[in-house]
Write a protein that binds this ligand. Structure first.
Ligand code: 7UC
Ligand code: FE
Length: 285
């Protein structure tokens, strides 16, 4: 979409953006290079309550609502965390209440290809054989950040066991339905990811998680599976996506030293994450 500007946007414009994200799952706003952090936060507020990342190593120095992925430093202090999200996931899958919407702004683009791979997990579920659908509906899934928790600068010289215990205490695994019902569209979403889903609970057989991930395209290391769509960023783009329906995987620059920076805001939209399971139930699993 061209022509959007936070400085002139009306409530109707924001409603149209939200509708586009619900119907198309992903929306690209062009020519946003001049957006200020304050305006970016303002944009985020129109998609629900902003959830700052739970680890403050990722925070923008002046705006904790903004998650920074970057390999740059300011006065020797790292700005955010480099090379984040290089694995299939949905943001905050490991949390009791995962996120509804992700808003992603590429601030400094490295040379070469920098993008995000997406898979529409509504499509994936719709195309599963009926038998696999039934097996998935019958199970719940346990998700954990542990494989992708990034060691923080202040963790150096700490015993690894202590760090692991802390990760498990601060971000214990979450349990969600393996098939989540979208609260706005009513669609069924296969809610599993290669990066965060640790195991299924109540599955009829071993290997179900593997079969579901395989069917989704998330195990294809060549990224040529027909479910996979790559969005490569152009300067000034902001991409907004439905974090319930899509899983994503970052494509970082081939050169890890090339300066790069992206800003991200995530929200909960006020609907239950999963229409089939109330928030109270989620907190009591
Ligand atoms: O550093 C990262 O790759 C961040 C990841 C562990 N979590 C992203 C999220 O919101 O779930
Ligand atoms: Fe992510």
């Amino acid at each position: 979409m061209t022509g959007f500007s936070v400085s002139t946007a009306t409530e109707e414009d924001y409603a149209a953006l939200r509708e586009a994200v619900d119907s198309d799952r992903i929306l690209v706003l062009k020519d946003q290079q001049d957006i200020t952090p304050e305006e970016f936060v303002e944009l985020g507020r129109h998609f629900g309550d902003i959830v700052p990342y739970y680890e403050d190593t990722y925070h923008h120095p002046d705006h904790p609502e903004i998650f920074v992925s970057s390999n740059l430093s300011d006065d020797g202090k790292p700005l955010g965390v480099p090379r984040t999200g290089r694995f299939w996931h949905s943001d905050y899958m490991f949390a009791q209440e995962p996120l509804s919407v992700t808003i992603f702004a590429q601030k400094i683009l490295p040379p070469g290809r920098r993008g995000t791979y997406f898979i529409d997990m509504v499509d994936v579920f719709r195309n599963l054989p009926e038998e696999l659908k039934e097996e998935a509906r019958a199970a719940t899934a346990s998700h954990s950040v542990r494989r992708f928790f990034k060691i923080r600068p202040e963790d150096v010289f700490r015993p690894l066991g202590e760090v692991i215990r802390e990760v498990e205490a601060v971000s214990p695994p979450s349990v969600h339905n393996t098939v989540v019902t979208h609260p706005v569209t009513g669609e069924e979403i296969l809610y599993v990811s290669e990066g965060f889903t640790d195991h299924l609970i109540g599955a009829e057989r071993d290997g179900l998680l593997h079969d579901l991930l395989e069917a989704s395209g998330q195990l294809d290391t060549t990224f040529t599976d027909p479910h996979i769509v790559l969005h490569t960023y152009e300067p000034g783009e902001i991409v907004i996506w439905d974090n319930r329906a899509l899983v994503h995987c970052a494509l970082h620059s081939a050169d890890p030293t090339a300066p790069v920076m992206s800003h991200r805001i995530t929200t909960v939209d006020g609907h239950p994450f999963d229409a089939a399971q109330s928030r109270e139930e989620l907190h009591n699993v």
